[in-house]
Ligand binder design. Sequence first.
Ligand code: SF4
Length: 439
Amino acid sequence: MAKILDKQRYKCALASMQTVQAITRAIPVLHSGPGCAQKLSDATGSSGYFSPNIFPCTSINEKDVVFGGTKKLKSTIENALKVIDADLYVVLTGCIPEIVGDDSGEIVSQFEDASKPVIYANTAGFKGNNYRGHEQVVDAIIEQYLPRVESVNGKDTEKIKGLVNIWADVPYADLFWLGNFRELENLLKELGLTPNVIFGYGHGIKNIDLVPKAEFNLLISPWVGLKNVQKLEKKFGTPYLHYPVLPIGATETSKFLRAVAEFTKVASEKVESVITEHEKYFYYIIERYADLFLENRVINKQFSTVADAQYSLALTKFLVNDLGLFPAKQFVTDDTPKEYQEAIRSEFKKLNYGIEAEVDFNTDSYLIHEEIKKHDYHGYPLVLGSYFDKEITDDLKGNFLNVAWPFQDRVVMDTSYVGYRGGIKVIEDIYSVAVQRFN
Ligand code: SF4
């Protein structure tokens, strides 16, 4: 029997148009109905050179359902190449063309000799959510674009010493993606490595061209992107480090830096001196605000996160290991594929002081809210979740912070939650909410 899913916290795979948008001067070419892009482009920070309002789209209609939309796709790509000055054109297919069986791959193959690269990804909504769509887009780049890059020769591609590709957040699904990537780049630079990121400011096709030439791939994510780095290893012989926790705060960031240093063979004296310097400042801040932590009577003893695997896990680690809070049930809402759930569950058990967090992979807001309502948080609950969790937290007189999509009560430009500074920012945000009770 069909189930009703209440307020899901992800979009369809076609929302990976935002992954393309996060690559400077790359443009999605949508082979979809006219309303798809409109529905999927709700994130702030989407305007600029290419905004969703100007993404070329076949706007397929009833006639195309009957006769097929490939002719329209061909002319849309031709015209996009003529009128839009981009470096990379990524054709993304929505539900309708895939249901009626349009062979978009065949049409795109006719543009192999076009003046600019044109690739495609199957991103119909019924094939998965935006996390899967993100992987599909990166896959399309690996499979269709990278082999054409100059001096790329499969596993024999010459590597650039110390160059590390960073794969982490899903742009726009994660509001902090830009700041996070920049902070991860800074941390790697401090180790003496050269980071390479394809998304965000100052990056773009030149960074994509470098991907096969990197010495290492670094994936910082519980599951999204794992298949991509595995594919990169297979195609270009690049070893990867899968670090499943987005490092927030001193405990996890120091651990992360040591793991990266070991993998990339950075001298231990180097990494220890970087860690010492950062930890000194981090604990200086913690010490200065010890009065706030100890005397504030409204901050919560127990917390729940309601977010994708990336944020639910990262924040749980930070709140237990660095802030000394106790985890109630944690909710992972990104429809994590079953094959990854056990490994993620075990990460929730690796917390300091022998603490373990129970995790519920759940996409139904109604069920999640019922669980939150019945739990005894021993005081005000602290809920770090999506905007959908604000009302229930208010009803329970708890403290709420919007850290997951959908975001409706905060604006994030280049804030980062990653690293030592990111940890301090999370504390600022939580306590800013807590002190508002009195003001
Ligand atoms: S689910 Fe299908 S029809 Fe709906 S927005 Fe996504 S691609 Fe378009």
